[in-house]
Design a binder for this molecule. Sequence first.
Ligand code: NAG
Ligand code: NAG
Ligand code: NAG
Ligand code: NAG
Ligand code: NAG
Ligand code: NAG
Ligand code: NAG
Ligand code: NAG
Ligand code: NAG
Ligand code: CA
Ligand code: CA
Length: 566
Amino acid sequence: MDLFLSLLSFLLHLFSVNCDTDPDAFVDVKVDRYFMPTRCPREVQSEDFVRYHFNGTLQADGKKFDSSHDRSTAIVSQVGSGNLLTGLDRGLQGMCVNERRHIFVPPHLAFGTVGAGGVIPPNATLVYDVLLLDIWSTDDTVQIRTLYKPEKCVRASATSDFVRYHYNGTLLTGQAFDSSHRRNATYDTYLGQGELIPGMEEGLLGMCVGERRVVIVPPFLGYGENVSGTTVPPQATLVYEVLMIDVFNSKDNVTITATDVPEHCSRRTKTGDFIRYHYNGTFQDGTPFDSSYRRNSTYNTYIGLGYVIRGMDQALQGLCCGEKRRVVIPPHLAYGESGVENLIPSWTVLVFDIHVIDFHNPKDSVEIRTVLKPPNCKETSEANDWIQYRYNCSLMDGTLLYSSEQYDSPSVTTLGVNAVISGLETGLSGMCVGERREVVIPPHWAHGENGASGVPGSAVLLFELELVKLQKGVPDGFMFVWLDDGGPDPLFPAMDLNGDKQVPLEEFSEFIKLQVQEGKGRLRPGVDQESIIRDMFYNQDSNRDGKILEEEVQLKDDTVPQRDEF
Ligand SMILES: *[C@@H]1O[C@H](CO)[C@@H](O)[C@H](O)[C@H]1NC(C)=O
Ligand SMILES: *[C@@H]1O[C@H](CO)[C@@H](O)[C@H](O)[C@H]1NC(C)=O
Ligand SMILES: *[C@@H]1O[C@H](CO)[C@@H](O)[C@H](O)[C@H]1NC(C)=O
Ligand SMILES: *[C@@H]1O[C@H](CO)[C@@H](O)[C@H](O)[C@H]1NC(C)=O
Ligand SMILES: *[C@@H]1O[C@H](CO)[C@@H](O)[C@H](O)[C@H]1NC(C)=O
Ligand SMILES: *[C@@H]1O[C@H](CO)[C@@H](O)[C@H](O)[C@H]1NC(C)=O
Ligand SMILES: *[C@@H]1O[C@H](CO)[C@@H](O)[C@H](O)[C@H]1NC(C)=O
Ligand SMILES: *[C@@H]1O[C@H](CO)[C@@H](O)[C@H](O)[C@H]1NC(C)=O
Ligand SMILES: *[C@@H]1O[C@H](CO)[C@@H](O)[C@H](O)[C@H]1NC(C)=O
Ligand SMILES: [Ca+2]
Ligand SMILES: [Ca+2]
C-alpha cells in the first residue's frame, strides 16, 4: 500500500511537472497527496460538505497567510457551490477523510493579478496544506452496518421500547468522543420520544439483543452546529458502534418462550400452591446473574401470594411437576428501576429457565394409586397390624432417596404406632398382601418444612410400595386377644390340658399355641412368640412358683375382667 501511495504521489508530481514546463499555459491546481489513510470508504465529490483543517502559505516565500488552527475550529464548507476559492474547490475533489494534501493553487484560480487585502500579493500561487476531517451530503441518510446479528432474535427494538445499549462514539476520523463503557453503565432510553438525536432514533430500530451495529449519522441528523459536550465539533458526522443489551416495552407481559412439559401431567400449579424449583437466571444477552443450582437447593415459595417478584408469580402458574419453562420477565414486573445492588442493573429484563421439582398444596392429602391389586384381596392392613413391605422412596424428579432394596430383607413395622411418617402410615393402610401402590406424600404428611437427613425441606415424596406379609395385630397394650367372644369360660379347666389342676409354663405355652393354631386367639405379631408367652405366663403366676393354679386365674380375671388378656 505504501508503495502504491508513493507511486501515486510520484505520478501526480510528474503530471504537474509536465504542466510547469509550459509557462504560457494556465496551469491547473496541483495536488500532492502526501498522506493517504489505509481505508477510504468515500471520496469528496461536488456538492459534498466537508470539514477540514488547513494551513495556507505562499509558495513564493512560505509565508502563512491563513490557518484554520488560528480560528481554533475546523472549516465547514460545501464543495463546488462557489463558496470556496475555485482552486480549493478543485483541489479538494476526491479527497478521503484523514488524507493530507498539499494543494497548489495558481493565481488565476485564486486571487489573480490583484491579490487580496495586503495579505496575498498579486500573481501569488497559494499552497494549502489540508487535512480532511469529515464528508457528508444533504442526500445522506443514516447508514447502518450490521456487524453481528444473533441467530435467535425473539424481538427487535421498536418505537416506544426501552433500550439499554453500549456504544463507542467516534468521529469519521476515528477520534473517540464518547463511550458508555467509560461510565461502566449501559445507555438507557426510550425510543421514539425525542430523547436521542434523530439519527440514533433511526439507527437503533430493529435491533435484537446481542446485535452489534455501526450507525453512521450525518451531522444534520446528529448534533448539527450545536456541540454536544466538548468533544463533538460542530457539523460532525457521528459513527456509533452499538451493542444492544436489553429491549423491552412497558406494555410487555411475562412471556413463556419455551416449555418442556412431561408426558404425564395430571395437575398444574395454581395460586396458593407451594413449589420447589430450580432455576438459572440470565439477562437477555445471556449473562448469568443467579442460579439455584449453585446453592445446591431448590428455590421454594408459595405461588401467587406476592412472595416473589410479580412476574415470577405469573410465570409459576400452570406448571406441571417436572416441567421446564423459559420465561422472560420485563423489569416493571421484576426489579424495575432500583434493580438489585451489584447484581441486577435498573430496568433489566430477566430470563429464567425454570425446572419444577415438585409442588403441593397445604390442603393436599396423601394420594394413593393402586398399581397392582391381587384378585383375592380380603384381609387388609390396618392399625396394630404387623407388616412386612418393600418400598422405594424418591423425590418427584425421580431422585431415589431410600429403598428397602438396600437391605437384605423387606422392612417391617407395626401400623398405628407412629413408627413411620404419617403419610406412609396412610399409604400402607388398607393393603392386602401382594398389592403394589404408588403413594404421593406432601411434606406436611412427611418430613415437613425442615426435611430430614437426605430429604430436602418441603419435599413431596413418592413411595412405591409392595405389601409382602401381613400379620393381624392386637390392640395397643395387649399381647394376646381372643378372636371369638372372650375365650373358653371357665378358662382354667381349658388351660389345664392334662387335668392335674396346675398349669406349668410348658402346658400354658402348648395351650396358647393351640388357640392360635385353631384361630381362636392371636398373639401380638412381630415379637418373639416364646418370650411373649413367657411374659404372659409370669403375669398369671402371681406367686412365682412356676405354675398357674385356678385361684391365680380367677384373681386376674377379677382385676381386669373386660380385657381379653391373660
Ligand atoms: C502579473 O502577471 C501578469 C501577466 O500574467 C503581468 O501582466 C503583471 O504585471 C504581473 N503583476 C505583477 C505585480 O508582477
Ligand atoms: C498546520 O500547522 C499546524 C501547526 O501549526 C500543524 O499541527 C498541522 O498539522 C498543519 N497542517 C494542517 C493540515 O492543519
Ligand atoms: C467499545 O470499545 C471497547 C474498547 O475497544 C470495546 O471493548 C467495546 O466492545 C466497544 N463497545 C462497543 C459497543 O462496540
Ligand atoms: C468503572 O469500573 C472500573 C473497574 O471496575 C473502575 O476502575 C472505574 O472507576 C469505574 N468507573 C466509573 C465511572 O464508575
Ligand atoms: C442549535 O441550537 C439553537 C439554540 O440553542 C437552536 O435554535 C437550533 O435549532 C439548534 N440547531 C440544531 C441543528 O439543532
Ligand atoms: C399477563 O399474563 C398473565 C398470565 O400470564 C395474565 O393473567 C395477565 O392478565 C396478563 N397481563 C396483561 C396486562 O396482559
Ligand atoms: C453442592 O454440592 C456439591 C456436590 O454435592 C459440592 O461439591 C458443593 O460444594 C456444594 N455447594 C454448596 C454451595 O453447597
Ligand atoms: C441451568 O444451568 C445448568 C448448567 O449450565 C444446567 O445443567 C441446567 O440444566 C440448567 N437448568 C435449567 C432449568 O435450564
Ligand atoms: C423399587 O425399584 C426397583 C428398581 O427399579 C424395582 O425393581 C422394585 O420393584 C421397586 N420396588 C417397589 C416396591 O416398587
Ligand atoms: Ca396341668
Ligand atoms: Ca402359681
